[in-house]
Design a binder for this molecule. Structure first.
Ligand SMILES: NC(=O)c1ccc[n+]([C@@H]2O[C@H](COP(=O)([O-])OP(=O)(O)OC[C@H]3O[C@@H](n4cnc5c(N)ncnc54)[C@H](O)[C@@H]3O)[C@@H](O)[C@H]2O)c1
Length: 249
């Protein structure tokens, strides 16, 4: 029970890695705020773990402020923030436009900044906090068909390091995980949407891993939970690959 008496807020907690993280954090004793733009999905996860569900679209500054306030009133000050919400729109870069760039950056990069901005002052006052950002191997090595997503996830890694540096004096740590191909609706949408090309894309990613298989959401959740716990008390500004030893995407 490494997180007994801690309050954790997870974005994108209704599905995949976020849902697995909510389950892990709860199993370690945390009170979990399961937040997602999909409120029904968040409720289903919260019901399983005796947590609380909140509707939170990370693109909405008003919803972010209201949710952080509600969580702090109902579950207590946020000790652990997991910035997990994310999505992608596949396509080669020359086929994308500024509208797509805006949409993808708004969720995957600005959303991380915005939720952190709302939670961090309270952590600084209390002089404790753990922030874990869900980046991607795409942000470290680049992913074909996901240039804008790769830019956003690379941005999250730089942000993670800067927040770690600015907040070390408060005893707050900020780290990232960089998942490889994880079997979630996000990744499996590729074969569904693009048929053989999508399947090839996923097979290619699996081929880039040393372990030669897809990862499971819980295998990422385990790393996130470690970084959220006191077991990682001397770890900050780091990015932990949770990608089967991925060497290329
Ligand atoms: N699955 C992979 O292979 C993989 C690899 C690397 C990184 N990631 C990252 O892991 C994180 C979780 O992805 P997943 O694979 O579990 O996907 P998923 O689609 O299963 O879950 C993502 C969740 O985020 C929510 N979400 C999307 N946009 C949102 C918004 N604007 N505000 C609030 N919630 C929003 C969705 O409703 C969904 O519940 C993402 O940041 C993703 O980029 C996933």
């Amino acid at each position: 029970m490494r997180l007994a008496d801690r309050t954790a807020l997870v974005t994108g907690g209704a599905s995949g890695i976020g849902a697995a993280t909510c389950r892990r954090l709860a199993a370690e004793g945390a009170r979990v705020a399961v937040t997602d733009m999909n409120l029904d999905g968040a409720r289903a996860v919260a019901d399983e773990i005796d947590g609380r569900a909140y509707e939170l679209d990370v693109r909405s500054p008003d919803q972010i402020d209201a949710t952080v306030k509600a969580v702090e009133q109902e579950l207590g000050p946020v000790d652990v923030l997991v910035n997990n919400a994310g999505y992608d729109e596949w396509g080669f870069f020359t086929n994308t436009d500024q509208e797509l760039w805006r949409r993808v950056l708004e969720v995957n990069l600005v959303g991380v900044l915005a939720v952190t901005h709302a939670v961090l002052p309270g952590m600084q006052e209390r002089r404790r906090g753990r922030i874990v950002n869900v980046s991607s191997e795409a942000g470290r090595v680049g992913s074909s068909g996901s240039a804008v997503y790769s830019a956003a996830k690379g941005g999250v890694l730089g942000f993670t390091k800067a927040i770690a540096i600015e907040n070390g004096r408060y005893g707050i740590t900020c780290n990232a995980v960089a998942p490889g191909p994880i079997e979630t609706p996000l990744l499996m949408a590729a074969p569904e949407a693009f048929g053989d090309l999508g399947k090839k894309l996923v097979d290619n990613m699996i081929g880039g891993t040393v372990l030669r298989r897809l990862g499971q959401p819980d295998e990422v959740a385990a790393a996130i939970t470690f970084l959220a716990s006191d077991d990682a008390s001397y770890v900050t500004g780091q990015s932990l690959g949770t990608s089967g030893g991925m060497v290329r995407l």
